[in-house]
Design a protein around this ligand. Structure first.
Ligand code: HEC
Ligand code: HEC
Length: 235
């Protein structure tokens, strides 16, 4: 890595102007509006946050939420967009003090909602960027888990887009995924597996019926809490 790209990595997207002066021969880190660059930074943190919420990694979740709350808006951003970042940073700050996996799941879903609300307010829709598609349900644990991870990604995209299509695809896929594999009973107490399995199916029905963002946020938060509570036991 050369000196220019090190500056770039260290300072993040706010360093665009600086790096392009200092290293005018280097390729531009991104093409497009400052808003777009800012989005890419948020996007990475929000994806990381989502994965920590699923795995029940509370310490990492809190640190990532703090990083999102602290992310300085690129100076080139239009002032009205900077103002609109408020709700997202506020929810991220709440996530940074989450004390339980349930609270982390809730904060992650609330943050996703603020992404979608700003996109809707600015007539930006990410709907067409989402590809959909879920692997077929599998009875072995790693593949079943990969399917569940993809399903909750679709639901998250439903909030972030916002995208009714992704939301519906995620809710349907969770219904279709059915019960957790019996193979899990070899590793975990039967009571925990059955409880989580029934809860996910109930939440799939609630998600499928949810048309308003309040209900969607609540359903996704509970789904993620079901994932992370079991992962915390399994570790
Ligand atoms: C303050 C308003 C606002 C918030 C909050 C916001 N976005 Fe955006 N987002 C935008 C706007 C405006 C664009 C269009 C940018 C452009 O193309 O110039 C955009 C574009 C995007 C894009 C497409 C970028 C590209 O490559 O074209 C992604 C992905 C994205 N947002 C993800 C997110 C995620 C994830 C969150 C929440 C963590 C989020 N956004 C929160 C306003 C917002
Ligand atoms: C009843 C327990 C249980 C529930 C509920 C559960 N998981 Fe898992 N999950 C596991 C176990 C056990 C593993 C470890 C599997 C292995 O590595 O063999 C795992 C592993 C994973 C992995 C792989 C992690 C890695 O280290 O690569 C992902 C991704 C995952 N789960 C996603 C989910 C999602 C998303 C949900 C919720 C929709 C969920 N899981 C619900 C028990 C559960």
């Amino acid at each position: 890595m050369d000196a220019c790209s090190r500056v770039w990595t260290g300072l993040g997207l706010t360093a665009v102007a600086l790096t392009s002066v200092a290293c005018s021969s280097a390729p531009e880190p991104y093409m497009g509006s400052p808003t777009r660059g800012q989005m890419i930074a948020h996007f990475d943190l929000a994806v990381e946050l989502r994965d920590h919420a699923v795995q029940g990694e509370l310490q990492s979740f809190r640190a990532t939420a703090q990083a999102l709350a602290d992310l300085d808006p690129a100076r080139e951003l239009p002032p009205d967009i900077i103002l609109q970042l408020g709700p997202m940073r506020w929810e991220a700050q709440a996530g940074a003090s989450a004390r339980t996996n349930g609270a982390a799941a809730r904060a992650a879903a609330e943050i996703a909602r603020t992404c979608g609300e700003c996109h809707a307010a600015n007539d930006v829709s990410l709907d067409s960027r989402f590809t959909g598609g879920v692997p077929a349900a599998a009875s072995d644990i790693p593949r079943h888990m990969a399917g569940l991870a993809r399903i909750t990604e679709l639901l998250w995209e439903g909030l972030v887009g916002p995208s009714d299509r992704s939301w519906a695809a995620g809710a349907d896929a969770l219904l279709e995924a059915g019960a957790l594999p019996d193979e899990m009973l070899e590793e975990l107490p039967e009571r925990d597996v059955r409880f989580a399995s029934d809860r996910l199916q109930r939440l799939a029905r609630e998600a499928a019926a949810a048309t308003e963002s309040d209900y969607r946020v609540r359903a996704l938060a509970e789904i993620w809490a079901t994932c992370s509570e079991c992962h915390a036991i399994a570790r």
